[in-house]
Write a protein that binds this ligand. Structure first.
Ligand code: FE2
Ligand code: FE2
Length: 470
C-alpha cells in the first residue's frame, strides 16, 4: 500500500485502520500535537493560506504536491518508504540476517534512545524558528520557512509513530514528553545543545538549515541503514523532505552574499552596512558559529556507544552500500588526539570511530557548499574566500572540548582565544546589526535590501506570486 489515505483522521500508508488500539492512541496524541503547534509553532500565521507541498504518495513524484493550506490543517501523517522484498540487516554482527520488524529485546533501550534523540530535534527546530515569520525578507522566504516547519512537524509524527507502534507504554510516554520539552527552556530544555540555541534572525536561520539540518540528514542516513526496518523506512522517507531544507540554507546564504557583493561593486569605498547589506566577514562569523555548533551534534570522536550501535546493527554508516565490507572488524581509524597541549595521531578500532566516520562525510559535503558560496563572490568579481572552520574550532563535545583552537584547528591558549574571538564568532555588535535589518517585507515579488532574490521561484510560479496570503 503506497497511496496515502487522506480520508483518515491521520493520513498514512501504514494501514493504521487495521490496528484500532494504535490508531486510538495516536488520535489521542494528535490534539496535543495541534495544541503544541498553535502554542510553539510559527507565531501569528496559523490563519493564513500558505503555498505548501504535501506528500500525496511516497512514490518518486508523489511527495511534492502543491496547494494552499492553513498550517494547522497541513496533512501531517505517517508515511514509510515501501517495503523492500525481504529486507536484510546490512552491517554489524547480524549482517545478512533478516531485518527486524519488531524491536529486538536486547537493543530496545538503545533504539529508544536513538529515536527519542532524533525525534526531539524536530519540534525543537520549529520552536527555535517560531518568530521568524514576523521578519521574513519576502513572501518567498516566509513560505520556505513554513515549509521547513511543517515538514519538521511531520518528522516528529514519523518518529512518534515508531514509538507508539513499537515501544508500548514507554513509547507513549516519550511521545508525550516530546511535546513538553521546550527549546532554550532552563528547566526543561531540548536534548541537544544546538537545538537550544536562539535562532532569531534570518542569517542564523539560513546557517541553521545549511549546517544543522545537514547534521539531521547524516543522522537520518545512518538510521536509514538500521536493521530495525520500521525505523529505516521512516528515515528514508524523511530524507526526501530534508533535501529542501538544505537547499533553503545553501541558497539563502548565497543570496545574502550575492547582495553584499553587488553593493560592494556599486560602492567600492563604502562599508556595506551603509547600504543595508551584511559585510562578508560578518557572514563568515555566523558560519563559524553554526558550523562548529553543528559539528558537536555527531558526538564524541571515540565512542563506545557508536561501536555498540554499529555492532548491534541499529545505526550504520551513511550510504553503507558504498563500503566493500560491512562489519568494520579489524579495521582502524586514524584519529587526532589532543593531549598535554599536543596533537598526536592515534589508531582506534573503526567501530569506536563511527561518529567520526559520519562526521567526515558531513564535513566533505559542507566544504562543497562553501565552495558554492565562493563561486558567488568570484562571479561578481569580489576577492573574498569563505572558509569552513576546521573541526576542532569552538567545540564543546568530544576530544577538543575544553581546549582552544583557531579557525585552522591550531591549538592556542586562552589569551589568544580571548583576543581574537570577536573576529571569529558573531560579536554583540554583529548581532545587533543583523537584528536591525530584520524588517518584514510582505509586498509580492519584493525582497529586503540585505538579500538578493532567488534564481528560481517555487514550482514554476511567477516572480510576484503570493506565496503567503496575509
Ligand atoms: Fe527533520
Ligand atoms: Fe530539516
Amino acid at each position: 500500500m503506497t497511496q496515502i489515505d487522506y480520508s483518515q483522521k491521520i493520513p498514512n500508508n501504514v494501514d493504521l485502520g487495521s490496528d484500532k488500539r494504535l490508531q486510538r492512541a495516536l488520535e489521542r496524541w494528535q490534539p496535543d500535537y495541534i495544541n503544541w503547534w498553535r502554542e510553539m509553532g510559527p507565531t501569528n500565521f496559523n490563519e493564513n493560506d500558505v503555498y505548501l507541498r504535501t506528500a500525496v504518495s511516497v512514490e518518486r513524484d508523489g511527495w511534492a504536491h502543491f496547494e494552499e493550506v492553513k498550517m494547522p490543517d497541513y496533512r501531517w501523517g505517517i508515511f514509510l518508504t515501501p517495503h523492500q522484498k525481504e529486507p536484510k540487516i546490512g552491517f554489524g554482527d547480524h549482517e545478512g540476517q533478516d531485518a527486524w520488524q519488531q524491536v529486538p529485546g536486547e537493543y530496545r533501550n538503545w533504539l529508544k534512545r536513538l529515536i527519542v534523540t532524533q525525534a526531539d530535534t524536530e519540534p525543537a527546530s520549529v520552536e527555535q524558528q517560531r518568530l521568524l515569520g514576523m521578519t521574513a525578507p519576502s513572501l518567498y522566504d516566509m513560505r520556505n520557512l513554513f515549509q521547513v516547519n511543517v515538514e519538521e512537524g511531520r518528522h516528529l509524527w514519523a518518529m512518534v509513530y515508531v514509538l507508539h507502534r513499537h515501544f508500548g507504554k514507554d513509547g507513549r510516554e516519550e511521545a508525550d514528553e516530546l511535546l513538553q520539552r521546550r527549546s532554550g527552556n532552563a528547566d526543561h530544555p531540548r536534548i541537544l545543545t544546538t537545538f537550544n540555541e536562539p535562532c532569531e534572525d534570518w542569517l542564523s536561520f539560513f546557517c541553521f538549515t545549511m549546517f544543522t539540518d545537514r547534521d539531521g540528514k547524516y543522522q537520518l542516513l545512518s538510521l536509514a541503514e538500521s536493521g530495525f526496518d520500521p525505523l529505516a523506512r521512516s528515515c528514508r522517507f524523511m530524507l526526501t523532505e530534508e533535501a529542501h531544507h538544505m537547499f533553503v540554507g545553501q541558497t539563502g546564504v548565497a543570496r545574502v552574499i550575492r547582495r553584499t557583493c553587488e553593493v560592494m561593486n556599486e560602492f567600492p569605498h563604502a562599508d556595506p552596512r551603509e547600504h543595508g547589506a551584511i559585510p562578508l566577514d560578518l557572514i563568515q562569523r555566523y558560519i563559524n558559529f553554526w558550523a562548529s555548533s553543528s559539528l558537536d551534534l555527531f558526538g564524541a570522536e571515540v565512542s563506545s556507544n557508536s561501536a555498540n550501535f554499529f555492532a548491534a546493527g541499529i545505526k550504520g554508516r551513511a550510504y553503507e552500500d558504498k563500503y566493500e565490507e560491512h562489519t568494520a572488524m579489524d579495521q582502524f581509524y586514524e584519529f587526532e588526539r589532543f593531549q598535554n597541549g599536543r596533537l598526536t595521531t592515534e589508531s582506534v578500532p573503526m567501530r569506536n570511530a563511527m561518529n567520526e566516520v559520519l562526521r567526515d562525510g558531513y564535513v566533505e559535503e559542507n566544504l562543497k557548499g562553501v565552495e558554492y558560496w565562493n563561486r558567488e563572490c568570484e562571479k561578481l568579481g569580489i576577492d573574498f574566500s569563505f572558509r569552513y572552520p576546521q573541526r576542532r574550532f569552538n567545540r564543546t563535545i568530544g576530544e577538543y572540548a575544553g581546549s582552544r583552537f583557531d579557525l585552522q584547528g591550531i591549538p592556542i591558549d586562552e589569551d589568544g582565544w580571548n583576543s581574537q574571538v570577536n573576529g571569529w564568532l558573531p560579536s554583540l555588535e554583529d548581532k545587533a546589526y543583523v537584528k536591525s535589518l530584520m524588517q518584514p517585507i510582505t509586498e509580492r515579488g519584493k525582497y529586503a535590501a540585505w538579500i538578493a532574490p532567488p534564481k528560481r521561484s517555487i514550482n514554476g510560479q511567477p516572480d510576484d506570486f503570493e506565496y503567503v496570503k496575509l
